[in-house]
Design a binder for this molecule. Structure first.
Ligand code: 5AD
Ligand code: SF4
Length: 371
């Protein structure tokens, strides 16, 4: 009997891994609700009532990797591969800017060839240039965040110099053994490389985000508690995490379906606890309510806004490409367009009793405290 945990202010940061594990597995509803309420109060104190939008453009599903859980892994032959043109991406960026989203996230599969990187550098520079020209109010233009996988430190520097200032690279799990099970053992998918990349990104000067999947086959509450310790130890600025959602034609999907599974409700609750504990222990980081939450519970994203999340990432990818960027089954918003996603998510923010921080980058305070 561990007893009802006391979450004293100021001590949260030093919360032990045992207590985190306990809070992730506890069933007592009063404790869980108390944890969510505490996360909300930590958020109000450190972040305020605003929610920021970051439009996400999934500009290419071409990927050199073959992660065992992913619906667009290299071996998926039924996926039609696409790369949006520069003009198509710029069109999304214009829409993003004109609708008052402070920043844009360019996400794709991992590609390292020079021609593609040059294309990306050109796109980043053009987005920055155009948005500064459009910015009659002399604000800071559109912030550019990237999520394009593992690259060399030199490439990260080039991307930074081109004008990107944020980067998201999930560690997926901080347990190296679990990581090795979730990825092919071919030298290309190494935990150590991923970790080094996250550290390189910070050194280059990016606002750096990482994150994990929650509810992976073979993952324990202890692993998740260690993930939270990892975020704290690596001192990252942003944490993007969401439930693992099965893709039945992948190796991890097959493995997952062969085991007894937790219910969607339990998985959702576990995901919210992770968000709440991340907010409580890390305080001023950016925590997006990820799309995968909505894949398991229809109003999952707005519920998350009351449990520690402070950002939403509306999808801007043109509708015709969306069905080819399905990392998992039941990914929401596949038939919608950018206007619909904006209206829908604005309603979700209002529903959660929060304000939308338009025209702002929404930088994590954590970054300025750290640098
Ligand atoms: N379920 C949930 N998230 C997934 N991702 C990839 N496949 C899945 C899945 N089946 C996540 C990974 C990756 C991000 C782009 O998408 O965490 O980093
Ligand atoms: Fe590629 Fe990312 Fe999918 Fe891995 S998770 S296969 S790197 S798109």
């Amino acid at each position: 009997e561990v007893g009802r945990p006391q979450l004293e202010k100021g001590e949260d940061f030093h919360m032990s891994v045992d207590l985190m594990e306990h809070l992730l597995s506890i069933q007592d509803k009063a404790v869980v609700d108390g944890m969510f309420a505490h996360a909300e109060s930590v958020q109000q104190k450190n972040i305020g009532n605003k929610v920021h939008f970051r439009g996400i453009v999934e500009f290419s599903n071409v990927c050199r990797k073959n992660c065992n859980y992913c619906g667009i892994r290299r071996d998926m032959e039924d996926v039609e591969r696409y790369t949006m043109s520069k003009e198509e991406i710029l069109e999304c960026a214009r829409w993003c800017f004109q609708n008052g989203y402070g920043s844009i996230m360019l996400q794709s599969g991992e590609r390292t060839n020079r021609a593609h990187l040059n294309f990306l550098l050109d796109v980043i520079k053009s987005i920055r240039k155009e948005s500064l020209e459009l910015d009659v109010e002399q604000r800071q233009g559109l912030g550019v965040a990237l999520s394009v996988g593992e690259q060399s430190k030199d490439v990260y520097q080039e991307l930074f110099d081109a004008g990107a200032h944020r980067y998201l690279l999930r560690i997926e799990t901080s347990n190296p053994h679990l990581y090795s099970i979730l990825h092919p053992r071919d030298g290309l998918h190494e935990f150590e490389i991923r970790l080094q990349c996250i550290r390189d990104l910070k050194q280059v000067g990016f606002q750096t985000g990482t994150g994990v999947m929650i509810g992976l086959p073979g993952q324990s509450c202890r692993d998740l508690a260690n993930d939270l310790m990892f975020f704290r130890d690596e001192d990252v600025d942003m944490i993007g995490m969401g439930p693992y959602v099965v893709q039945e034609h992948t190796p991890t999907g097959i493995e997952y379906l062969s085991r007894p599974q937790i219910t969607k409700e339990e998985l959702f609750s576990l995901s919210l606890r992770m968000l709440a504990l991340a907010r409580i222990t890390l305080r001023d980081v950016n925590l997006p309510a990820t799309t995968a939450l909505q894949a398991i519970v229809p109003n999952g994203r707005e519920i998350a806004l009351s449990c520690g999340a402070n950002m939403l990432m509306p999808i801007l990818t043109p509708t015709r490409y969306r069905k080819e960027y399905q990392l998992y089954e039941g990914k929401p918003c596949v038939d919608e367009g950018a206007d619909e996603c904006r209206d829908c998510l604005s309603n979700r923010v209002k529903w959660a009793g929060k304000e939308i921080g338009l025209w702002e980058w929404g930088d994590p305070k954590h970054f300025f405290r750290r640098t």
